[in-house]
Structure formats: C-alpha cells, structure tokens
Design a protein around this ligand. Structure first.
Ligand code: BYC
Length: 319
C-alpha cells in the first residue's frame, strides 16, 4: 500500500498472479516479468519455426501419399504455432522483425533438439512421438501461465500437438511391426532421439537460471526436472506398446520414489549445442535466413495488397 492506503501497481500484479488470474497486455507488469516472457515466448516461437526443418526435409520423400499429406499438415501446423507465439510476444511490445533479427543473428535461442538431423524416415516418427510428446508435457502446464496471450496460444497449440504425437506413435508402431529392416530403422531412430529429447526440458534444476523466478511468477508451473521425470514415466509404457527399447541401461522403476530412475544426461553435449556447435546449428540458421530472404517478395506483395484494399498506395504504409 502507498501512503494513502491505496494498493500499488506492483501489489496489484502480485495479487493477480497469486490468485491465479491472468495478466493481460495492458496491465502493469514488472519489467523483468515482461522481458522474461519475451525471452521464453520468442525462444518458443523460433523453435516452432526452426522445428519445421528436420521433418520438412522428408515431405518430398514420404513413402506414400497418405504419409505425405499428414506430414505436410503437421509441418504447416508448426508454422501456425510460430505465428500464434510471435503474435503473443508482440503484445509485450516487441515487433516480429526484432525477434526474427535476433534469431537470424544468433542472439536468441531455439530448442537444442532441432539441431539434430532427421536421417531416416523413422526419424519423422521419433520426432512426433518423442519431441512432440516432450513438447506437450512441457506445454500443458503453460496453458495455465499467468500471461493471458501466451496461455491462450498454448491451449490451441497443445490440441494440435496431441495429433502430432499420435501420428508419430502410429508411424513408429507401423514400422516396429513391419519387416526386420523397418523395425531396426525405428529402433535406431529412437536410440538417436531419446537423449536429445530429455535435454529439451532444459538444464537440471540446480543450473536453471530462470526456473525459480518463473515459477514464482507462475509463468512455469513445474521445474525442468519435474517435467523431465513426468515425460520419462510416460514414455516407458508407450515404448512397451511399440515393442521398442529406450537406450538407457539404468532405466528402471523405483518403487520407493514411485518414478523411473534413469541414467545421466550428457550436459556437455547440451551446452555445446546451445553454444552453436551441434550437428546442424549452422545449417538450420542459414536455411532460415535464406527462406526469409526468398519470401521477401511475398511479404511485400501481401502488404501492397492490404494497403490497396485500404485505399492507400503501399508507399504510405511505411511512412
Ligand atoms: N534449448 O533457466 P532455464 C515443438 C536455455 S517446439 C536451448 O531453465 P527456462 C516442435 C534457456 O533459454 C517447442 N536453450 O530456462 C516444433 C536459458 O537461456 P537464456 C519448444 C535452452 O526458460 C516443431 C538457459 O538455457 N518448446 O514443440 O526457465 C516440431 C537456462 O535455462 C533449452 C518450448 O520452447 C533448450 N532445450 O526453461 C516438433 C517451451 N533449455 O534464455 C515439435 C517453452 C533451456 O537465459 N519454453 N535453455 O539465454 C520453456 O518451457 C522454457 O523456456 C524451457 C527452459 C523449459 C525450455
């Protein structure tokens, strides 16, 4: 309260968050809350957009028309997720161009997982089952994020991610119940994607720079390690249904904890990929920048069309 007994803006913000109500774009918010949200939402948007590349490379090589149609729809959904998320970030006062410049200039991150290559068709299944499965585990609690536009974007994204995860599972199930070669291809893909997927949840809680504050602000609802554990517990029975193994000799049920124990994650590898030294970091950014440049004429044409409909010559728009 201030001297007159009126609630301060900061107290109002705190009360809103603690009451599990939503903070909306026009509400007062601490600068650090705003900038942390921009950081996380931008990283999330970039991940969706860069995440189109590993699977997108298989659209022309999908083994049937049905698989091609499904994959095209999935990759297109990811572009849409990027769009919702950039729009949510824009409500915090940053422009899409600023965010794209940060991505293209390597000043904003995207998820490490998309710096791994999709080398066989089974990788499309492993990405759907594991990567989308991890994304859902991480994002369902974000539907209750304290910032309204992010929470609402997440609700829609999660519905679509569930379809993505099911298509990956179904693809892998078909391969793992097919010929010996198909089964081996499915197992090989799971072996390569398992550990990088566990890294998607971020560093261990002790090293998570933003975790405690993000949970206090109710942006995040659970710590990185809690969500990682939830994901491992979910995958073990699903791997059983697929008839595939998870590549971790230390993975076993611990009745005392009521969870699966699992082996040590290679955090040196995680840090190297974050630094830009993963298998595909350079290729992913180069491809994205080239696609952005090649799409320039489309953006300009769309803008000119929109301005024409509003009855203004397009030159005036930029003034
Ligand atoms: N990769 O303090 P921490 C998808 C960074 S796409 C790279 O724990 P926080 C899909 C972190 O940013 C879905 N960097 O951070 C698309 C921070 O660095 P800065 C992607 C990572 O924010 C296509 C530093 O490490 N999902 O589903 O509390 C096809 C310390 O970390 C990573 C999201 O983006 C990483 N894996 O927690 C298929 C979810 N992990 O910012 C599927 C939204 C951490 O200080 N994001 N870092 O430079 C989040 O939930 C949180 O941001 C994280 C990290 C859990 C990722």
């Amino acid at each position: 309260m201030d001297a007159t007994g009126t609630e301060t803006l900061s107290e109002q913000f705190q009360r809103t968050v603690e009451a599990d109500q939503r903070v909306e774009p026009r509400d007062w918010m601490p600068d650090a809350y705003r900038s942390s949200l921009v950081r996380q939402i931008a990283q999330h948007a970039h991940s969706e957009v860069i995440g189109m590349q590993p699977e997108g490379s298989w659209i022309t090589r999908a083994p049937s028309l049905r698989r091609k149609a499904i994959l095209m729809a999935k990759v297109q959904d990811e572009a849409g997720h990027g769009l919702y998320l950039y729009a949510a970030a824009e409500t915090l006062g940053v422009s899409r161009q600023e965010l794209l410049d940060m991505l293209h200039g390597g000043r904003q991150k995207y998820s490490t997982i998309f710096n791994y290559p999709a080398v066989t068709w089974a990788d499309v299944g492993a990405i759907g089952w594991l990567v989308d499965g991890a994304a859902i585990t991480n994002q369902i609690p974000l539907c209750r994020c304290s910032y309204g536009p992010y929470a609402r974007a997440m609700t829609r994204v999660c519905r679509e991610e569930s379809f993505h995860q099911r298509q990956g599972f179904e693809l892998l199930h078909t391969l793992s119940h097919g010929t010996a070669a198909q089964r081996a291809m499915a197992q090989d893909a799971v072996n390569r994607w398992w550990w990088p997927t566990l890294m998607m949840f971020g560093p261990p809680d002790g090293d998570s720079a933003h975790g405690v504050q993000s949970m206090a602000w109710r942006i995040k609802r659970h710590s990185n390690d809690e969500l990682r554990q939830r994901f491992v517990d979910m995958c073990v029975p699903q791997a059983g249904v697929l008839g595939l193994t998870l590549p971790d000799p230390e993975l076993r049920w611990n009745p005392e904890r009521g969870h699966h124990d699992f082996g040590a994650i290679d955090w040196d590898e995680f840090r190297a990929v974050v630094r830009g030294d993963g298998l595909c970091n350079r290729q992913r950014i180069a491809h994205r920048v080239a696609a952005h440049e090649e799409g320039r004429w489309v953006r300009e044409a769309a803008l000119a069309h929109a301005e024409k409909r509003r009855g203004r010559p397009s030159g005036e728009a930029a003034a």
